[in-house]
Design a protein around this ligand. Structure first.
Ligand SMILES: Cc1cc2nc3c(=O)[nH]c(=O)nc-3n(C[C@H](O)[C@H](O)[C@H](O)COP(=O)(O)O)c2cc1C
Length: 483
């Protein structure tokens, strides 16, 4: 706020102020305040504080907004002949949904124009540290931090020397000194510059400082007849390296494994319109399929009739009856892991009506039941195509652990996931499950059975936990190749 020195006012105004203040019994200073107050109250335009920056300062670095790009890079282009490759790099980054904001060094502008860089990045290009249009809100700091990664390509010998020594006398070096983001350098220079003791020292220092490098590659130089190490990595190599830093690969412990899963109920026909079913929703089996797929497995899901959407990236085969389910399971072999989570009907109607059964005076038609094939036991007892790990589910309403243990022995599978499906638990059709993993202790074949009881979880959490146990168990074990 400006201050006013009354002494410096002209004589006529001073005399007026003295007389007026004396008349009003105020000090001259107070009188000036009153006059200013009256002036402001009486003015025509509304009283709004002036907060907007002056016109010359009204093109700030825009905030990064919008959900479309998933990552952002500040790309610093140094003054080397390879700067032309950075134009392609901008495109390669953008096609990977990476937003790119570019900074050109003074030397870089001798090799590529800000216009070309701006047209390709669809963003304003930054060249000057002392740029009032972006520095009124510390633009260089924002360029250094409002990004997920800084890429320098080409990283010249000069720029690396400045970085190694903490210089900040231009926009590029100031950003590099002010950043708290990862920095990836793509050096490019003549082989003699690259091998020079000073560059060697600077590179070693930068690596100690945690800066990452890609390249340089060896090959022909721009200088006629020269070859050696110093060519900048190709744009696609730099973009891939940047993407790996921005989106590190998720662990995929089941990559290369084929997992067969069954889910849902089966429908056993009584006649063309009626069937015997159960309350299974398929949610647990579908969640396991999704978790196995996320862990990198190739997943085949054989499902009875359910009201769920197909998990992404999973091959789903829909069936109705237990016999159809067995057929599809056998067709899907070989597999490394088989998980039988379906609630397969134990019985089917042997005298299935060809036409809709009618009410008759003779009373209810007798339904003769016959046992369905036991999918878990059939696959567990295979000799040739038995998956190395066979897991069954035991849905029990009483004596859960005891029944599950005897099921493990009876069926010949490796693990049983036991869950209590009594109506009070809400497991059938619900979103949560409490399971016990019953297995032969540590895989040892001494008949000892281990029970691992997990706390109540969502079916998705149970699936993730089960897949983690599977991944730990099968690492290194693979099925026999398909004959
Ligand atoms: C035609 C020409 C090509 C150049 N190519 C390179 C190069 O590939 N790598 C390098 O480190 N310097 C190269 N230089 C030198 C740099 O432009 C110079 O060191 C400049 O100061 C780098 O500035 P910057 O690091 O701020 O971009 C070249 C110079 C000229 C005139």
């Amino acid at each position: 706020m400006a201050s006013l020195t009354i002494r410096k006012l002209d004589e006529g105004i001073k005399t007026y102020l003295r007389l007026r203040s004396a008349k009003n019994r105020r000090s001259v200073e107070e009188e000036v305040r009153v006059i200013l107050g009256e002036l402001i109250e009486g003015r025509e335009e509304p009283l709004t504080p002036f907060t907007a920056p002056p016109a010359a300062f009204t093109t700030p670095i825009p905030q990064r907004t919008g959900a479309v790009p998933e990552a952002s890079v500040t790309l610093i282009i140094g003054g080397g002949i390879a700067a032309y490759k950075s134009l392609d790099l901008i495109r390669r980054l953008k096609e990977r949904r990476i937003e790119v904001r570019c900074v050109l060094t003074k030397a870089a502008q001798q090799f590529v124009t800000a216009l070309a860089v701006s047209a390709l990045s669809h963003e304003r290009v930054y060249t000057d540290l002392f740029d009032p249009q972006s520095e009124f809100d510390a633009g260089h700091i924002r360029l250094a931090r409002e990004c997920d990664l800084i890429v320098v390509a080409p990283a010249t010998a000069d720029l690396m020397a400045k970085m190694a020594n903490g210089h900040a006398d231009d926009l590029a070096s100031a950003i590099l000194l002010a950043t708290n983001r990862k920095v990836l350098l793509a050096p490019a220079m003549n082989p003699l510059m690259w091998n020079n003791a000073a560059t060697r020292r600077n590179v070693a220092q930068l690596q100690r400082d945690g800066v990452m490098l890609i390249g340089p590659n060896s090959g022909e130089m721009a200088e006629a007849g020269e070859a050696g190490i110093g060519r900048m990595s190709e744009a696609i190599e730099i973009a891939t390296a940047a993407e790996r830093l921005l989106r590190p690969p998720v662990p995929r412990p089941l990559a290369g494994k084929r997992v067969l899963i069954t889910a849902g109920p089966t429908h056993e026909p009584i006649d063309p319109v009626r069937y015997i079913a159960n309350r299974s929703s398929g949610k647990q089996g579908f969640a396991i399929a999704a978790a196995a797929q996320a862990a990198g497995a190739e997943v085949i899901l054989v499902s009875g009739p359910v009201d769920l959407s197909d998990p992404q990236g999973v091959t789903v085969k829909y069936v109705e009856s237990a016999r159809q389910m067995l057929e599809q399971v056998q067709a899907a072999l070989p597999a490394d892991i088989a998980i039988f989570a379906a609630a397969v009907a134990d019985w089917r109607v042997v005298n299935e009506g060809e036409q809709k059964l009618k009410k008759t005076s003779a009373g209810m038609p007798p339904l003769q039941l016959v046992e369905n094939p036991d999918i878990l036991a059939t696959i567990s007892k295979l000799t040739d195509k038995r998956p190395p790990l066979v897991i069954g589910f035991a849905a029990e309403t009483e004596h859960l652990i005891d029944n599950a243990k005897s099921k493990l022995a009876r069926k010949g599978c490796d693990w049983i996931v036991a869950n209590d499906v009594s109506p009070a638990t809400g497991v059938m059709g619900g979103d949560r499950n409490t399971v016990h993993l019953i297995s032969r202790n540590n895989g040892a074949d001494n008949g000892e059975i281990a029970v691992d009881s997990w706390p109540a979880m969502t079916k998705e959490q149970v699936a993730i936990e089960l897949v983690a146990h599977i991944a730990k168990s099968v690492t290194g074990k693979s099925r026999e190749p398909a004959s």
